[in-house]
Design a protein around this ligand. Structure first.
Ligand SMILES: C[C@H](O)[C@H](O)[C@H]1CNc2nc(N)[nH]c(=O)c2N1
Ligand SMILES: N[C@@H](Cc1ccccc1)C(=O)O
Ligand SMILES: [Fe+2]
Length: 296
């Protein structure tokens, strides 16, 4: 049985090696997952379940239970889809890996969430540089059961199609919003800050770091501020942005971004670790452990 994925290939161009994206929707080859694949799922699921008690948002944990995901075996997309379709009308589609941006946005705009069908190898439990099944399913899918968040994701997809037509700078601004909310967002609950970002909930180290470490900044959500803020893809985040509620996220992002993109085009980007006078600061990061690499 061959479960070696058709990983995103890389091709050498004048920009160095760039990923070659595959766009096709694929059937989940569930019968071809090996015992080791199911074990990886079970190990990661059990490990994150423990870590996320008191750390993940109540809503994330509630929806995860409602979906019926469990550590026993890799879920079948078809089973999850029955629950999702009946709850918020979202649907999971299998993909090989990263999609071209416009393809990705088009899926979201139609309430389809692309899920990488293959799972990481046992030696990659702690870190992987690209999304796999564990990140996509465990991290992203529970909140697609929340009606407000489900609408936000669709609106994001529509906004992505629009930003793509406007130009590269608009796309950079919008991608930062995805990064600092969907992937690395924190939410303020009555009993303290919690995680809702999928990039965090699928990571053992960052689940602890983002809430308990003194190093990173934790700052109140601010749409334009986020759109100007650069981010790291190779280390823990230097700054996390905190929403008050999923409704706040939806309301703040409902206005047409076209004039915002025009305005931001005149402004400099903000380094990932900077705190501004205008920020609502929950934690001013000590910056301990940050690479001294001249920002980013
Ligand atoms: C919008 C986001 O920042 C990014 O550009 C897209 C590109 N393509 C993707 N494709 C897949 N399958 N999954 C993703 O999360 C993304 N992210
Ligand atoms: N209001 C945004 C669309 C959007 C909604 C939600 C998230 C992101 C983008 C626009 O005009 O582009
Ligand atoms: Fe993701």
């Amino acid at each position: 049985m061959n479960t070696t994925p058709n990983r995103v290939e890389h091709q050498l161009t004048d920009k160095g090696y760039v990923p070659v994206y595959t766009t096709a929707v694929v059937e989940q080859p569930w019968a071809s997952y090996s015992g080791s694949d199911h074990d990886v799922w079970a190990t990661l699921f059990a490990r994150q379940q423990q870590i996320l008690v008191g750390r993940a948002s109540d809503e994330f944990l509630r929806q995860q239970r409602a979906m019926g995901m469990n550590p026993d075996r890799i879920p079948k997309f078809d089973d999850l889809n029955r629950v999702l379709r009946a709850t918020t009308g979202w649907e999971l589609v299998g993909v090989e890996g990263l999609l071209p941006e416009l393809t990705f946005f088009d899926h979201l705009a139609h309430r389809r969430f692309p899920v990488t069908w293959w799972i990481r190898k046992p030696e990659q439990l702690d870190y992987l540089s690209e999304p796999d099944l564990f990140h996509d399913l465990f991290g992203h899918v529970p909140l697609l059961m929340n009606p407000v968040f489900a609408d936000y994701m669709q609106a994001y997809g529509r906004g992505g199609v629009k930003a793509h037509a406007i130009g590269a700078d608009a796309l950079v601004n919008l991608t930062r919003l995805y990064w600092y909310t969907v992937e690395f967002g924190l939410i303020k609950q009555a009993d303290g800050l919690r995680i809702y970002g999928s990039g965090i909930v699928s990571s053992k180290g960052e689940s602890i770091h983002c809430l308990e470490s003194a190093a990173p900044n934790r700052i109140g959500f601010d749409l334009e501020r986020i759109m100007r803020t650069r981010y790291r893809i190779d280390t823990y985040q230097k700054t996390y942005f905190v929403i008050d509620s999923y409704e706040q996220l939806m309301e703040a992002t409902t206005p047409d971004f076209t004039p915002i993109y025009a305005k931001l085009a005149q402004q400099d980007s903000i380094p990932a670790g900077t705190v501004l006078d205008t920020d609502t600061v929950y934690n001013r990061g000590t910056g301990e452990g940050w690479l001294n690499d001249g920002d980013v």
